[in-house]
Design a protein around this ligand. Structure first.
Ligand code: PLP
Length: 454
């Protein structure tokens, strides 16, 4: 090329959740059946949206205006509905009133994330959690041209952050303009108690930052955790919540998400920044119309609350199953998730040379080639895939230096899901037993589980 055409941040665009799929496909071609535990799509994992929701969509599809463009920020009736719901969350609480103009639709949060980071000055950085959800971390890194800036979620404290550490980082790094919170979190499944969220707000207020809170899983909270939304704690600090119908309805294929902006006019720079996001959407005309039209009809339906409650009870039971499966496995800890679709296991001790027996020589060869330069947790993940067909995502793919892996709570077939949890736990024991470094720590009982798991 006559000119350099590659953006400085292009190397930062990594999405391990999908990258692992390429390798899994090779293993599949060699005859291994794959259990896809890498991606958070409940529908692909067998959860059918209820018939009454499908009827809503069918009826909309018979209306001409479902095929039209919508207003740039989104359908007015839907924004009115969502603004009213945001304001209802403030009953008895002082917080920012949301107006229809404060709601802006995107083609899924993936689209929103690209614009929210892409329209910041490259020198203005957003610090986000580690482990990091790749859509955010890659977009932030690509926008700045540097590695994503992170604060640590601590597996020893149930994946809660250390607010004092965050404060210190913010104090000594003047390029930080905002803080990203994901609540409930992907991948850890942690749900922040209100005092942690208030701590984030306090830091933002003190250092004149804005907040982004990804609330994709805001209504998927269980196990006794408190559902707290950003607008209930943000007070007068500028910020935005990101919300979507992908997981909650669930309708990930709709590509429909939105931001809710709080205290837009409290800071002139923040107001201009939000206006630039809307202007950028305007250049694309608008986001998908029909899913937006479906939102008031689905979320306003009297069956919706019961539907969410039943789903949450189901995820709570699955989260318990996952922790029970790992309870007797040494060297790894799995904090029981309380929100969202994922469970994350963190290794206390991961041998660099562990292996899991792979019966098929061609698959073994493929795995051995792949692990040559892999991160330690990725090495475990490739062996797990080759030996069992279970495809999880290594934590090193989430900007994280704690070795571990993420699996889902989504498998709808009870027997397959229980087998999967038990088989992964047994694989951890096999892997650690295979290495001189950790073999002594693995009890016979842990290995016996692998026989049961098959
Ligand atoms: C925390 C979080 N934010 C955003 C997204 C993207 O959602 P969407 O389907 O709306 O693009 C996901 C998808 O898994 C997610 O887990």
């Amino acid at each position: 090329m006559r000119r350099e055409i590659v953006h400085a941040g292009s190397g930062q665009l990594r999405y391990m959740i999908r990258e692992i799929v390429e390798f899994a496909r090779h293993v599949q071609e060699l005859g291994r059946e794959i259990v896809w535990e890498n991606i958070g799509d409940p529908v692909r994992k067998g959860e059918a949206p209820p018939q009454w929701m499908k009827d809503v969509v069918r009826e909309l599809a018979a209306e001409d205006l479902a095929y039209a463009y919508s207003d740039t920020p989104g359908e007015m009736e839907t924004r009115r509905f969502l603004a009213a719901r945001a304001n209802e969350r403030l009953a008895g609480i002082t917080g920012p009133t949301v107006d229809t103009d404060d709601i802006v639709f995107f083609n899924g949060l993936g689209d929103a994330v690209n614009k929210v980071y892409g329209l910041l000055r490259p020198q203005a950085r957003i610090i986000g959690p580690s482990p990091a959800y790749s859509t955010h971390s890659s977009a932030e890194a690509a926008h700045s041209g540097y590695e994503h800036l992170t604060y640590r979620l601590d597996p020893e404290r149930g994946w809660l952050p250390d607010l004092e550490e965050i404060e210190r980082t913010v104090r000594y790094n003047p390029s930080i303009a905002g803080i990203l919170i994901i609540n409930p979190d992907n991948p850890t499944g942690v749900v922040y108690p209100p005092e942690i969220l208030e701590g984030f707000v306090e830091i933002a207020r003190r250092y004149d930052l804005f907040l982004i809170c990804d609330e994709t899983y805001a209504h998927i909270v269980y196990g006794g955790a408190t559902e707290t939304h950003l607008n209930q704690v943000i007070g007068d600090v500028p910020g935005m919540a990101m919300r979507s119908i992908s997981k909650e309805v669930p309708w990930p294929g709709a590509r429909c998400g939105w931001i809710e902006v709080y205290n837009r006019t409290s800071d002139p720079q923040f107001a201009t920044y939000i206006e630039s996001i809307v202007a950028s959407k305007r250049l694309e005309v608008c986001s998908t119309t029909l899913p937006q039209q479906a939102i008031p009809r689905i979320m306003g339906d009297q069956r919706y609350e019961d539907y969410l409650a039943a789903r949450n009870a189901q995820y709570e039971a699955r989260a318990r199953e996952a922790s029970e499966a790992f309870a007797g496995t040494s060297g790894v800890r799995l904090h029981t998730p309380q929100g969202g679709f994922f469970a994350t296991a963190a290794f206390d001790e991961l041998p660099p040379d562990g292996e899991i027996p792979i019966d098929d020589p061609a698959i073994r060869h493929l795995v051995e080639e792949k692990v040559a330069d892999a991160d330690p947790d990725a090495r475990f993940v490739y062996y797990l895939l080759g030996a069992t067909g279970i495809c999880v995502v290594p934590l090193s793919g989430f900007c994280c230096d704690v070795p571990g892996f993420r699996m889902t709570l989504l498998e709808n077939d009870d027997a397959t899901r229980r087998w999967t949890f038990n088989r992964i736990a047994a694989a951890v024991a096999e892997y650690r037993r295979s290495s001189g470094a950790t073999a002594q720590a693995v009890s016979d009982q842990e290995i016996a589980t692998s026989g049961v798991a098959g």
